[in-house]
Design a protein around this ligand. Structure first.
Ligand SMILES: Nc1nc2c(ncn2[C@@H]2O[C@H](COP(=O)(O)OP(=O)(O)OP(=O)(O)O)[C@@H](O)[C@H]2O)c(=O)[nH]1
Ligand SMILES: [Mg+2]
Length: 605
């Protein structure tokens, strides 16, 4: 375990609070970095720390201290409802060869093109569903109609919907013309069977009347009583030649079309996809309709010049609900106005709105910390070994690439090094207030994102009163929310359980089914959030008079790590492995490197 706020590490320069880094000579406040000077000089002039609340006013406007209207509107969305329409098939063509001295050439109408499919693919680099949420309807291309001279129509364009990794797709509604057609065919077959039965009965009756000597007239009457034969269900699928004469139309007998199988298998309903890893290939959501058949398909000895072709098949239409589950690697949790958005700006290229008032942020902002220059070369210097996982070291070998040498129980083990992380994402959510778990403030909606982050970073304003108290109240809110969610989950699970008896009691059969499963604990613990690794980012450290507050916070966190104090949420068995507080001054971009390194250590553990 690395020393907390290690004075030996050159990366973790104690630019703030030199007194906490005992082995370093005490640096007088006046000689702190120039960036911190405006507020320092304010302190020298004897100003009160509460007066420096608006210290950002004295700092020149920059990317990290922007004017309130210098921001990009957050285009983030974690939910979307879309209707997808696969492309219908193009119609078949009715055409005949026309050449000099050939009055009635053979049929040469081309087939229609097949409709385009709609696929979905989870990819790296996407981290929001806002583009989909805005589009609402996604259509694949329609197949083109066939042409004369046996030229087939072009295929409709496929559409690949790219979504972030962690997207869950649920089907709400589906209209599949193939299913409708199957039902129509089944009904038609039943009607035909009934008609055949009637015909057979009429014939038998006619035969019987002949044998019993009833006159020919009676037999004829029985035949006339028969209803019209049922129409075949695929009559609507044909297109007729527009220049057809009335006599042609009267003598037209349309052939029976068999049910055609789609080129691509349509996934069975209800569709439920959980794309928790990048999909190497796009996954089919909706298959396009088949192209119609040109008139040469219907040429026969009795019908040398078919004056019809078939229409393209209609395609699937689906309504889907998409939800982005795994949102960010790190979730910022903090009171309003703590400096979360400024910190996000300092760590990433985000242009989140910053303002000296509560609830500046109304929608979550997602920022990506890029660790390489997109060519594999690191732009953030990583620690060679150690961090929060010092039990292994990475050796770079020209022949074998990266090899991990780890020591477990005194034995050296050699394994393949994991791909170095190239980026991680941070979610900056609106500030939490007391009662957030009861949906006060902008609370609940956004605590969901915290629940899903791998690491929690508590952003505490050192200039806004007791930091330990602030941390405890934030953890209390998060803990209460976690318990509430566990309760909800349990209720949902109970309502989804099969009621074998129909009266709410569970029979022996269902008991057998769940016998091997561990019984869920009766009380919600909130452990699913409290067991996540976390750390504290103590911000606004440039403001005078904050050093003491940080000192207290550090002492408290050391006590939590050593087990002398309970976890701030009071949840038992919560994560207390290495609770640290990192002092930063986001407005000056100081200390942010250390956040990146610490986060990497926690994420890679
Ligand atoms: N002196 C100083 N001021 C800071 C620092 N970080 C943020 N501020 C100021 O604190 C105020 C609030 O910053 P924001 O980043 O908007 O805070 P927030 O936590 O995102 O606020 P909400 O979105 O309302 O929850 C702004 O006036 C910032 O300029 C810092 O490190 N030092
Ligand atoms: Mg904000």
């Amino acid at each position: 375990m690395p020393p907390r706020c290690s004075p030996a590490s050159a990366l973790f320069l104690p630019f703030l609070y030199p007194t906490l880094f005992r082995s370093l000579p005490r640096v007088p406040r006046a000689s702190l970095s120039t960036a911190a000077s405006p507020s320092t000089s304010a302190a020298e002039h004897g100003s009160d720390s509460t007066e420096t609340l608006t210290a950002s006013d004295t700092i020149p406007v920059s990317r990290l201290n922007p004017s309130p209207d210098d921001y990009a509107i957050s285009s983030f969305a974690d939910k979307a409802k879309v209707t997808i329409l696969a492309g219908g098939g193009g119609h078949g063509c009715i055409s005949f060869l026309r050449e000099a001295f050939m009055a009635n050439g053979p049929a040469n109408g081309g087939d229609g093109g097949h409709g385009g499919n709609i696929y979905i693919q989870a990819v790296h680099g996407e981290n929001s569903l806002h583009k989909l949420a805005r589009r609402r309807i996604i259509r694949a291309g329609r197949g083109k109609t066939g042409q004369g001279s046996n030229r087939g129509g072009a295929r409709g364009d496929d559409v690949v919907i790219q979504v972030p990794i962690g997207t869950v797709i649920r089907e709400i509604e589906r209209i599949d013309p193939m299913d409708e057609e199957k039902i129509l065919y089944r009904q038609a077959r039943e009607k035909e069977r009934e008609y055949d039965k009637l015909v057979r009965e009429a014939e038998e009756a006619a035969q019987a009347s002949e044998e019993t000597g009833v006159g020919e007239g009676e037999a004829l009457r029985l035949n006339i009583d028969l209803p019209e034969p049922p129409e075949h269900p695929n009559a609507h699928k044909f297109i007729l030649y527009p220049g057809m004469s009335n006599s042609d139309r009267r003598g037209l007998s349309l052939p029976r079309l068999p049910l055609r199988e789609r080129l691509y298998a349509q996934p069975d309903p209800p569709l439920h996809l959980d794309l928790s890893v990048a999909s190497p290939r796009p996954i089919l959501l909706a298959a396009g309709g088949l192209g119609g058949l040109g008139n040469p398909h219907f040429v026969s000895k009795d019908r040398p010049r078919p004056l019809f072709a078939t229409k393209g098949e209609r395609a699937v239409r689906m309504q889907l609900e998409l939800e982005l589950k795994l949102l960010a690697d790190v979730g910022f949790v903090g009171l309003p106005n703590a400096g979360k958005s400024t910190l996000l700006r300092a760590l990433t290229r985000s242009r989140a709105r910053v303002g000296n008032w509560a609830f500046t942020t109304l929608q979550p902002n997602i920022g990506t910390v890029v660790l390489d220059n997109h060519k594999g070369r690191p732009i953030v210097k990583l620690r060679s070994s150690g961090g929060s996982s010092p039990s292994h070291s990475v050796i770079h070998d020209a022949t074998f690439g990266s090899v991990v040498v780890s020591q477990q129980h005194g034995q050296v083990q050699i394994g393949e090094a994991p791909e170095p992380r190239k980026r991680f994402t941070i979610a900056d959510i609106p500030g939490l207030i007391e009662g957030a778990h009861l949906d006060r403030g902008l609370g609940m909606e956004f605590l969901r994102h915290v629940e899903r982050a791998g690491v929690l970073a508590f952003v505490i304003d050192l200039n806004a009163g007791d930091a330990v108290k602030a941390l405890k109240s934030l953890w209390t809110e998060v803990g209460l929310y976690a318990r509430m969610r566990e309760d909800e989950e349990r209720e949902r699970e109970a309502s989804e359980r099969i009621d074998w008896q129909g009266d709410g009691s569970t029979s022996a059969a269902s008991r057998m089914m769940v016998a091997d499963l561990p019984e869920p604990s009766a009380q919600p613990t909130g452990l699913h959030i409290a067991s996540k690794p976390w750390f504290v980012i103590a911000t606004k450290g440039d403001l005078p008079g904050t050093e003491e507050n940080f000192d207290k916070l550090k002492t408290y966190l050391d006590a939590v790590t050593d087990g002398e104090e309970p976890h701030p949420s009071n949840v038992e068995h919560a994560w207390t492995e290495d609770c640290v507080a990192i002092p930063v001054s986001a407005i000056h971009g100081q200390g942010v490197d250390r956040i990146i390194h610490w986060t990497l250590g926690l994420l890679d553990d």
